[in-house]
Each structure stands twice: as structure tokens, then as C-alpha cells.
Design a binder for this molecule. Sequence first.
Ligand code: AMP
Length: 128
Amino acid sequence: MPIDATLPYDDGNIFARILRDEIPSKRVYEDEWAIAFHDINPQAPLHLLVIPRGRYVSWDDFTAKASDAEVAGFMRAVGTVAREAGLVEPGYRLLANIGGHGHQEVPHLHVHIFGGRQFREMIPAARG
Ligand code: AMP
């Protein structure tokens, strides 16, 4: 079920628990601002998630409240993760789902990195 991205941050969400190492993840990257790990249900040959260390529900929450240093650090981390995964030359896709219409399921900001195959439609037809 998609979440309501206007709700306050929930410290029990699954990505908060991954950040605290309470549940396992296949981490590929970490720095002061962000961590990245493999999506548990990959939608592409390579499907990574990059999340900020800060407590932000969504892209909206993050861009409204995070410091310039946090925003810059997170953006750079997304680029670095894709670069280190060898995705720059073949190309890749980024996605951030926000709230109900965006079908966001986990209430901690995350950017999906998809790579390893040719993508076509930007958004699958109006089927939802
Ligand atoms: P979204 O719909 O943008 O909120 O996407 C949430 C993503 O988190 C989905 O692609 C899930 O497969 C992924 N996910 C959920 N739980 C885990 C987990 N424990 N480890 C890695 N990825 C997860």
C-alpha cells in the first residue's frame, strides 16, 4: 500500500532499521550522508536504492527541511553509486516515488537506480 508522505517520520520503518543495521541488507556504498544497497525485489539486472542517513519521509520532506550539505551529499552519493556500478557508459534510470499517486511504499526517502538493460517507456501506460 502506498504511504501518506505528509505523515511524520516513523523510526520503525524498514529503511530506518536497515540504517541501524537491525536488519540485513546488501550494502554497496556508504558515506557521511547516504547508504546504498540492493533492492530486495529487483526490477532490473541491477536495482539499487540510495537513502539519506537523515530522517526524511520523502523527496518533499527532504527538499523542504534538509540542509544544503545534506542535499548535496545525497545527490553526490546517488551519482557516485551509479558511477561505481559502471552505469554511466551504458546509461541508467533514476526514480523517486512520492506519496500516494507516486506509489511510495517505504516512508524514508529513497532513490531507485535501475541499470543493466534497455528501458523503453518512461512510465508504463496508463494502467497504473
Ligand atoms: P517504493 O515503492 O519507491 O517505496 O519502493 C520501495 C522499494 O523497497 C521496493 O522496490 C522494495 O522491493 C524495496 N524493499 C522493501 N524492503 C526492502 C528490504 N528489506 N531491503 C531492500 N529493499 C527493500
